[in-house]
Design a protein around this ligand. Structure first.
Ligand code: ADP
Length: 305
């Protein structure tokens, strides 16, 4: 069972022939509203792999919140996972033109109101989880609280610091597994894709993280696959699977879900990374995220095929 300190964003996109200019009103070609947010995507991708998921997701008091409730019911997530907070539910609006170029803005809204008290109120549920995960679409306070609870019980914690900001030292001290993409790795000063992909040794910044108590660092490098670093072991490289990618949004969330599934099943790290990469690759083969995350059956068929 995984507990996710969640975030929810209703992602709306309008397909247009060209991006509108200031003051202009264009006729759109298609509209799509898709439930998303990094925390929700991570929870959904993990659930698709057959793992029980619990968590906390703040929703506002606007007209979007009933849609979130029906999405959770449709997926099979408990209503207990939703925490009402004043204000608007997280939402994003994007325009996508014929060439795939886009412009977008996300308002995290109620997600930013999730706090440590919300976590304390469900401490028993957090304590039942085998792994607690969080992203940076949530504020630091609930993540710090949940990670401290998990670590006090000897359970692993996973942080995906996206969208990237400096990691709070209290959170880092309670993080067992850190998963970052190339942009986040560079921003956190861990190295460039070239220095990180050099499998002979970890960069000094990565070595310092591992000396500081981090148990596993995974850096995803898109089509160049992923690198995994553990204290006392040489770095491992997992190549990306060659697939006909149509939309890479959500690949990182699917990868992290596959990683958690492998770790919870006590698979060796190499097999876990291979499964994670397969989840990422499968997700790039479909547009969007909601329908793109693979099921356990689809994953098994891909790995065996
Ligand atoms: P994010 O989506 O967070 O930016 P990445 O782009 O690094 O993360 O992708 C995460 C993982 O998904 C990669 O390590 C890789 O295994 C897989 N992946 C991403 N893009 C592709 C692709 N075009 N083809 C195959 N696998 C991919």
């Amino acid at each position: 069972r995984v507990f996710v300190i969640g975030s929810f964003v209703m992602a709306c996109s309008v397909k247009v022939a060209r991006l509108p200019q200031a003051g202009e009103s264009l006729n759109g070609l298609a509209f799509l509203a898709e439930p998303g947010g990094k925390g929700f995507n991570l929870a959904l991708a993990t659930h698709r792999l057959g793992i029980t998921v619990d968590g906390l997701f703040a929703v506002g008091t606007d007209m979007v919140s009933p849609m979130v409730r029906s999405t959770f019911a449709q997926v099979g997530f408990s209503e207990e996972m939703l925490v009402p907070h004043a204000g608007s539910t997280g939402a994003g609006v994007a325009f996508v033109d014929a060439s795939g170029e886009n412009c977008l803005a996300v308002c995290l809204g109620a997600n930013l109101a999730l706090d440590a008290d919300d976590v304390r109120a469900v401490a028993a549920r957090v304590g039942r989880a085998d792994l607690v995960a969080a992203t940076f679409e949530s504020p630091d306070a609930p993540t710090r609280e949940a990670f401290a609870l998990a670590r006090a019980l000897g359970r692993p914690t996973l942080l995906n610091p996206s969208p990237v900001r400096p990691i709070d030292p209290g959170i880092l001290a309670d993080t067992a597994i850190l998963v970052v993409n190339a942009v986040e790795a560079a921003d956190l000063g861990l190295g460039t894709p070239d220095t990180i992909a050099d499998a002979r040794a970890a960069t000094p910044a990565i070595a310092a993280l591992l000396d500081g108590g981090l148990e596993l660092l995974v850096v995803t490098l898109g089509e160049c696959g992923a690198m995994a670093f553990r204290p006392g072991s040489p770095p491992l490289h997992q190549p990306a699977f060659a697939v006909a990618a149509v939309d890479t949004v959500g690949a990182g969330d699917a990868f992290t879900a596959g990683l958690m599934a492998g770790l919870l099943a006590h698979e060796p790290l190499a097999a876990t990374l291979r499964q994670a990469a397969a989840c990422g690759a499968l997700t790039t083969c479909r547009f969007g995220t909601f329908d793109a995350f693979p099921t356990a059956q689809a994953l098994a068929a891909f790995l065996d095929g």
